[in-house]
Write a protein that binds this ligand. Structure first.
Ligand code: GAP
Length: 447
């Protein structure tokens, strides 16, 4: 059996599987698509939702120092002036004088066009925020921006959350939502897109405790990926060089994953100091501070910010889980199988019910098992009923989409009230009484 190996995962093969099986489609495909914009299909939406739920569970529900927020995408444009995004959220854009291709100067190894070797123009700063207009009149007074990060919605609500939740420092606010950036270069499938989803935390601390808290968050974030099965050897933590640091950051560490093209950032963990709360206090005239009753002092908290991309997490889990193996066949030979070894917590389909055939004697029992499993408290997620084609092909299909468990209902089931459970990774099969299914599935899916 060959182990899954990132460097051997072909991105085109992954994108093709993702389309074929209903994970990810090109947006507006029937019109020729729109560059680097993707839609999540029936399985993709389950995977993405499971990832977001797992993140929320770990970082909000399982902790006692976190609360959530869902702020709007459109905000008062003053927010983006205060945050520095209007002035500083830019990339250096260069054009090739020969082929007209556009590049980000900071991503080029040499000062010439990577496509044709042509001479490049001088760099000009290009603001990544998408602009729109609020109301019917399109002029300077009606300009608004689509948020490029969810973080600012958290900062401007700091006082609202503090007063309503009665949290004491240190505490954090988590938010999951869409963000938009007019990226100059996109690509790597869903890796860099102009519309994407973020899972962000702003964690407020007393100044002086920030560096220790920062270190702890890096470890906690790293553990989230490995607890969900990502291979630790393909993850690394990289500190930003001084010249890479964002305008608000005292120090940033990226968690990177070894993608087929090399290391790529999947999440940043920045020490934003008191930059944002102070900037909004100054611009709005509304002091965003914290009063420490025990110490009888008022101050502006520092902020540690773990910020992850949902789509990059999807990409990481898909690449990491993808494996091609030689599997034994019934006739004693072997056959290549593609298997997505997704952790049960995030697998889009938790359990598939497979009647051995469409025989009319089998179908009622198979349907009954399907109803029971779907409604069982032990199975939190999507359950599929699959009766098309041979049982072998159905196993292969479920392997390819990462279904951890398949339940086969066969003719013996009619007599012994038992079914066969097949494990995706080991391919081992066990006979289980239908009455024990709940506890068996619960135990097997708990990871
Ligand atoms: N509030 C902090 C912040 O926005 P960032 O490093 O710019 O930090 C955080 O973004 C995460 O969002 C990145 O680590 C990445 O996972 C994701 N992300 C950023 N730009 C993206 C893009 N164009 N496409 C997909 N994901 C992106």
């Amino acid at each position: 059996m060959s182990e899954n190996n990132t460097s051997s995962v072909d991105l085109d093969a992954l994108a093709s599987l993702a389309k074929r099986r209903g994970f990810i489609f090109q947006s507006s495909e029937i019109y020729g698509g729109i560059s680097s914009t993707w839609d999540y299909g029936p399985l993709g939406v389950e995977l993405k939702r499971n990832i977001k739920d797992a993140w929320w569970r770990t970082f909000v529900w399982e902790r006692d120092d976190m609360v959530g927020l869902d702020s709007s995408i459109l905000m008062n444009p003053e927010v983006w002036r205060a945050s520095g995004h209007v002035d500083s959220f830019t990339d250096p854009l260069v054009d090739c004088r020969e082929c007209r291709q556009r590049w980000r100067e900071d991503q080029l190894e040499e000062r010439k066009c990577p496509d044709c070797g042509g001479e490049l123009t001088e760099a000009r700063n290009f603001n990544l925020m998408f602009k729109t207009f609020i109301g019917p009149v399109e002029d300077d007074t009606s300009v608004a921006f689509l948020r490029p990060e969810t973080a600012q919605g958290i900062f401007v609500n700091f006082e609202n959350v503090l007063n309503s939740s009665r949290k004491r420092l240190p505490f954090g606010i988590a938010q999951i939502g869409k963000a938009f950036r007019n990226e100059i270069t996109t690509g790597g499938f869903i890796f860099r897109t102009r519309e994407f989803e973020m899972m962000e935390i702003e964690y407020f601390v007393e100044p002086g405790t920030d560096e220790q808290v920062h270190e702890q968050w890096i470890q906690d974030c790293l553990a989230w990926y490995t607890d969900l099965g990502v291979n630790r050897d393909r993850l690394r933590v990289r500190a930003h060089e001084a010249e890479e640091l964002s305008h608000y950051s005292k120090g940033t560490f990226d968690i990177e994953y070894l993608f087929p093209w090399g290391w790529g950032e999947i999440q940043g963990i920045a020490n934003r100091t008191d930059f944002d709360l102070k900037a909004h206090s100054e611009r709005s005239g509304h002091a965003l501070t914290y009063f420490d009753q025990a110490e009888n002092k008022r101050f502006t908290p520092y902020v540690v910010e773990p910020a992850a991309g949902v789509d990059r997490a999807v990409m990481t889990f898909l690449v990491d889980a993808y494996a091609e193996e030689e599997a034994p066949t019934a006739s004693g030979g072997t056959q290549k199988r593609i298997v997505m070894k997704l952790h049960p917590t995030i697998a889009p389909v938790k359990v598939a019910i497979l009647p051995l055939s469409r025989n009319e004697r089998l179908v009622p029992l198979a349907r009954e098992v399907y109803d029971t499993v779907r409604r069982s408290g032990a199975v939190e997620g999507f359950v599929q009923y699959d009766d098309a084609q041979s049982i072998g092909r159905r196993y292969r299909r479920q392997d390819e989409i990462g279904t951890p468990l398949c339940i086969t209902v066969d003719f013996d089931s009619l007599d012994d009230d038992a079914v066969t459970i097949r494990d995706r990774d080991s391919m081992e099969q066990a006979r289980i009484p239908i009455t024990n299914l709940d506890s068996e599935l619960g135990a097997r899916l708990s990871g």
